[in-house]
Design a protein around this ligand. Structure first.
Ligand code: ZN
Length: 330
């Protein structure tokens, strides 16, 4: 199984307690969003209940059921999806209490993971207080929160606090690189792998959008092209940033054009656009591609000098349009 990031001391202490069968029956995992609190809780449930070698093995029936979310003794309680407000209701709390009256199915230790615990309504929290204090034998509560201060003091006092911190920068950078992601996300996400992934996802999504828009715009009359560059400039106040994304996208498309032109379609990044790319390939390869690559390098220089992003992009796309229309005429 993939090793977890950061917070090693915290995990060493938890696993030692588990090995020595002296876990506190109600832990409160607190710390920033996305640093691995819920993952650690699940991993602990896996380790404690694994039936295989090298716990957790990830392959035994217990591990497989837990990983699939179908283990009857490992329960993750999340806010009621039928409610607009993200709360864990008193009904849910009573459901938990009722389920703990039943015998355990197969787990060595039953886990109830409440994520996030600050979503418990006051009524739900009060209903659970006694259970947090004295759960049935073999039951482990783990409360997860990034906002410990908003928990009822009575809940906090019944649990043992376990503080998670951000993942060290070097470790997170390495992990991001290992996934082919920008290591700069380590700093942007303030040491939160979960947040870094969301950022990376948003950027990838935005880039796909830009590629689609670029392809739809190029070859169209100039006024349509300008509405794209205007939108690109407006989309965020950092218009240079958004412009850079469009320039990156254009560069990727040109690289793909070369792949397509040389019969290596399978190497193209934008597989969804092979049709458009083959049009570009016959129009631009090789002279047009070389000229556009030069134009891109010049555009990047101008962006570095803080020339208005929209102006730079317009010049670039006008040049591309010209290349494509000349090829059509010629
Ligand atoms: Zn296992």
């Amino acid at each position: 199984m993939e090793s977890l990031l950061g917070n090693e001391e915290v995990r060493v202490r938890l696993w030692r307690a588990a090995d020595e069968a002296r876990m506190h029956h109600c832990y409160l995992f607190e710390g920033p969003e996305g640093v691995g609190k819920a993952m650690t809780a699940l991993r602990l449930a896996l380790s404690v209940n694994c039936l295989g070698e090298g716990a957790p093995c990830g392959a035994c029936s217990s591990c497989r059921q837990i990983l699939a979310g179908t283990h009857p003794d490992i329960v993750v309680v999340v806010p009621d999806p039928d409610r607009a407000t993200r709360v864990i209701t008193a009904d849910q709390a009573r459901g938990i209490i009722a389920s703990l009256q039943l015998q355990r199915h197969s787990a060595r230790r039953r886990f109830v993971i409440i994520d996030p615990a600050d979503a418990l309504t006051e009524e739900a929290a009060n209903a659970l207080l006694k259970t947090f204090e004295e759960p049935p034998a073999g039951t482990q509560f783990i409360l997860i929160t990034a906002r410990a201060a908003s928990l009822l003091p009575t809940v906090r006092s019944r649990s043992q606090r376990v503080r998670f911190g951000p993942v060290p920068r070097a470790e997170l950078e390495q992990w991001l690189q290992g996934r082919g992601l920008d290591p700069a996300l380590a700093v942007l996400s303030a040491g939160s792998p979960g947040y870094a992934l969301r950022l990376a996802d948003g950027e990838a999504q935005e880039r796909r959008e830009v590629v689609g828009q670029l392809l739809a715009t190029v070859g169209q009359p100039l006024h349509q092209l300008f509405s794209f560059t205007e939108a690109a400039g407006k989309k965020s106040d950092g218009s240079v940033e958004r412009t850079t994304l469009a320039v990156d996208a254009l560069e990727e498309l040109l690289r793909d054009t070369v792949f397509v032109a040389s019969g290596r379609e399978e190497d193209a990044l934008h597989q969804a656009h092979l049709g458009a790319l083959s049009v570009w390939a016959s129009a631009l390869f090789p002279g047009g591609v070389a000229r556009m690559e030069k134009a891109i390098a010049a555009a990047r220089d101008r962006l570095r000098l803080n020339v208005n992003g929209r102006v730079v992009l317009e010049a670039l796309l006008t040049a591309l349009n010209l290349e494509l229309s000349q090829a059509r005429r010629g």
